[in-house]
Write a new protein. Structure first.
Length: 302
């Protein structure tokens, strides 16, 4: 299937330019990797940016311990295939050290606890730039991000104190202890990502395609049945097998699945083009408050 090559090529060129700028301006960059399609796209773009050399910076995965097994399996295969160095920050280790406290109750999730593990990993590795796969169309807080998003010495983000980015001139100057989050695919949309993945034949985890899974409904969201979720009695009785797929991948406790028959990338492109809800519309962690994402980002979240 062929798509608007000029549009996708422009997005690709912009992203590769930004990735190369990071390699040029920073001493110890790292690429944040979640196992989702956007971070997989980032790895693909980084490989293109530096080919035939290997990616010159490591991948950093913050492991909640409550991931979809398919995500971890795909991550390990990708690292072996690309020869990239993988660094894993563990939420379980952060809990064991007393840096964070495990949430209790039916809505408990480790998604919020990733921030402490991320900041510790960045501090331990002395990384001065962390590339992420965030896109402006995902969520209103992410729409406020610049390509080069400054973080203070505590890893915190101030959306009112960001630098102008005129004519693609990026300012990576910082004080000791500060770092940047860099978002090379900010201008991509979900549909752009899927069209590019189809064009480039990028391999993805099976979670993104229609499959049979045990699910139950909570607050209007379908969640995958798993050992990590404390289910209410009525939810136990409502569990059923459905044909679903993931539009976004994160911690199993808060990542909603979508009822879908889309078994190929072409099917997914048609589905996304017709969708009226954003991909993060099925993320329970974004629904905790009106400003859930922005509050987390100010504290140091992705």
């Amino acid at each position: 299937m062929s798509y608007n090559l000029n549009h996708l090529k422009e997005l690709e060129s912009e992203s590769i330019y930004i990735i190369r700028e990071v390699a040029a301006q920073f001493e110890r960059p790292v690429l944040m990797f979640s196992g989702g399609k956007d971070s997989i796209l980032m790895v693909h773009l980084a490989m293109k940016a530096f080919y035939p050399a290997k990616i010159p910076f490591p991948l950093l995965h913050i492991d909640t311990g409550h991931n979809f097994p398919e995500t971890i399996e795909f991550r390990d295969r990708l690292v072996e295939k690309t020869g990239a160095k993988l660094i894993v920050g563990s939420v379980q280790e952060a809990i064991d050290k007393g840096l964070v406290v495990e949430e209790k109750g039916f809505n408990a999730s480790r998604n919020y606890l990733q921030t402490a593990a991320l900041l510790e990993a960045l501090e331990h590795g002395k990384y001065d730039a962390a590339l992420g796969g965030g896109r402006r169309d995902e969520e209103k807080a992410r729409a406020k991000e610049r390509f080069f998003s400054h973080r203070d010495e505590f890893g915190q983000w101030d959306p009112k104190n960001q630098r102008p980015e005129l004519w693609n001139i990026f300012n990576g100057k910082k004080h000791f202890g500060e770092h940047f989050r860099v978002f090379p695919i900010s201008n991509w949309t979900e549909l752009d990502v899927w069209m590019y993945i189809a064009q480039e034949k990028v391999e993805l985890p099976s979670l993104y395609f229609a499959h049979q899974r045990q699910v139950f409904e909570r607050d209007g969201i379908l969640l995958a049945d798993c050992e990590y979720i404390n289910k209410r009695p009525e939810e136990e009785s409502s569990t059923k097998t459905m044909t679903v797929r993931c539009r976004t991948i994160g911690d199993m406790t808060c990542t909603g699945v979508w009822q879908s028959e889309a078994a190929t990338i072409e099917d997914i492109i048609k589905e996304v083009a017709a969708a009226r809800q954003t991909e993060r519309g099925g993320r329970a962690d974004d629904k905790r408050s009106e400003t859930a994402m922005e509050d987390r980002k100010k504290q140091g979240y992705f």
